[in-house]
Design a protein around this ligand. Structure first.
Ligand code: GLN
Length: 484
């Protein structure tokens, strides 16, 4: 059996029936990581000894009851995992060893998953290319000269390159979906509040959600199903009492109506992506799926609203990194006249440029005098956007859009143009602003042989319908990943 060709679902059953063992599986993946990671830079850290020890413990257990018993999982480095270096891609936390584990990762571990390593990311999840990582950029496994997307670029690249069967990412404005799209894998951001944020290093608390990245929709659903739960430690987590997402059926022909917002197919969209979506829609229509054109007139406000809300929340969340309690402290203590000087010395060296830009932007929009004009205004538009989606979902069951304007771009291409970089998120940020579930799945390759993705959004808590539609699209596209 070629372990690398198996889906996570197949691996779980191979582990249950003892066709393979957790030790065999983890050793194979660890070897592949050791071989490929120096070039790919998808992992910031991995501890082979600890992984194999846990694998052995799981193999020794007589009953293999866990839904993920023995399955390796790569975890983005902004999730706390006991005893692991948890850096959030920042110098600020370079030497931070977490004393506890994030609730959603603990849930995976309780079902027998094994955290195989911590993946590379843009610093504090701010970025769309992984180039903002203190640990150097992760590369796109389809072409090492291209970015893997961000901020969960390491998780998406790890899955695409076959360094882990599945991975966990976080999505504040598209950071699971956009890298999934650039790397030719599946990424899901569930409804806000579905997965506990406890132990996920905060970027923008009203937008952040964790979610899975996998090679196909069923694998992603298997992981998502385990992660969703109410958690007392996160006051925004909800008690969903949802039907299982692990047992999905492909949407029956013509059963769901697909909304197509015309603003998402505007001049920004690259030709190849546009053509591929057109082709997909023709095939879905042949299969009896009805489509309806929608107007989401506030779409052009999405980027400005998102960057005001996200930066405002970030400026508040990141104030805790002050060099006093934990994390980096600048050793140069010369010329300090007061406490502010002390903070300045640490924060100006410990944070990278993009993080500092967001802190400045956020502090500005929250400052008295500008608060009403920026933050409050953005919060109002955000509400109107959510209302617009509620009306749109009266006309359709799911909304289909591109995930990004095109495929991955070359490393270094946008690093010096923040506004251009922000436009990478044009189709993904609305789902976060409105709390909606969304998925990106592969649609095909462009002329450079780089993957392109398609996105589905659904009403709040309607993950099941969204995933069943995604299964129908997956079946229609028949995408072949790098390891298949
Ligand atoms: N690229 C977006 C940003 O830089 C989204 C990031 C994310 O989802 N974490 O803010």
């Amino acid at each position: 059996m070629n372990l690398f060709k198996q889906t996570a679902t197949e691996l779980v059953s191979a582990l249950k029936t003892k066709q393979t063992s957790a030790v065999e599986l983890c050793s194979s993946y660890l070897k592949k990581i050791a071989d490929l990671n120096p070039e790919l830079n998808a992992f910031i850290s991995f501890n082979s000894e600890a992984v194999l020890k846990r694998a052995q413990t799981l193999d020794d257990q007589k009953e293999k009851k866990g839904k993920l018993h023995g399955l390796p999982i790569a975890v983005k480095d902004n999730f706390c995992v006991t005893g692991t270096q948890t850096t959030a891609g920042s110098k600020m936390l370079e030497h931070f060893i977490s004393p506890y584990t994030a609730t959603c990762i603990e849930k995976l571990e309780r079902e027998g998953a094994i955290v195989i390593g911590k993946t590379n990311m843009d610093e504090f999840a701010m970025g769309s290319s992984n180039e903002n990582s203190f640990f150097g950029p992760c590369k796109n496994p389809w072409n090492l000269k291209y970015v893997p997307g961000g901020s969960s670029g390491g998780s998406a690249a790890a899955v695409a390159a076959g360094l882990s069967p599945v991975a966990i990412g976080s999505d504040t404005g598209g950071s699971i979906r956009q890298p999934a799209s650039y790397c030719g894998v599946v990424g899901i951001k569930p409804t806000y509040g579905s997965i506990s944020r406890y132990g996920l290093i905060a970027f923008a608390s009203s937008l952040d959600q964790a979610g899975p990245i996998a090679r196909n929709v069923s694998d992603a659903a298997l992981i998502l199903d385990v992660m969703i739960d109410r958690d007392e430690k996160d006051s925004t987590s909800v008690d969903r009492k949802q039907p299982s997402l692990a047992q999905l059926k492909k949407a029956a022909k013509g059963s769901l109506k697909i909304g197509l917002p015309k603003e998402y197919f505007s001049q920004h969209l690259e030709k190849t992506t546009q053509n591929k979506i057109k082709e997909l829609l023709e095939n879905l229509q042949k299969d009896g799926f009805q489509t309806v054109e929608l107007n989401l007139s506030l779409t052009e406000m999405a980027i400005p609203v998102y960057y005001i809300v996200a930066s405002s929340e970030a400026s508040s969340n990141l104030s805790r990194f002050d060099g006093v309690r934990y994390g980096f402290r600048n050793k140069d203590q010369s010329g300090l006249s007061d406490l502010s000087d002390f903070y300045k010395k640490t924060r100006s060296v410990g944070f990278g440029d993009e993080v500092k830009r967001r802190i400045l932007l956020g502090t500005y929009s929250l400052s008295s005098g500008y608060y009403d004009e920026y933050y409050i205004q953005a919060a109002r538009v955000r509400r109107l956007m959510a209302n617009e989606f509620t009306s749109a979902f009266k006309k359709c069951d799911v909304i289909l859009t591109p995930t990004a304007i095109g495929a991955a771009f070359p490393l270094g291409d946008q690093a010096h143009d923040p506004i251009k970089m922000y436009f990478n998120d044009i189709y993904t940020v609305t789902a976060n602003l409105c709390g909606l579930p969304a998925i990106s799945l592969p649609l095909g390759l462009d002329d450079n042989k780089l993957p392109i993705g398609v996105q589905l959004m659904a009403p709040l808590f309607a993950e099941k319908a969204m995933l069943e539609m995604a299964l129908a699209i997956e079946d229609c596209v028949q995408f072949k990943g790098l390891t298949q």
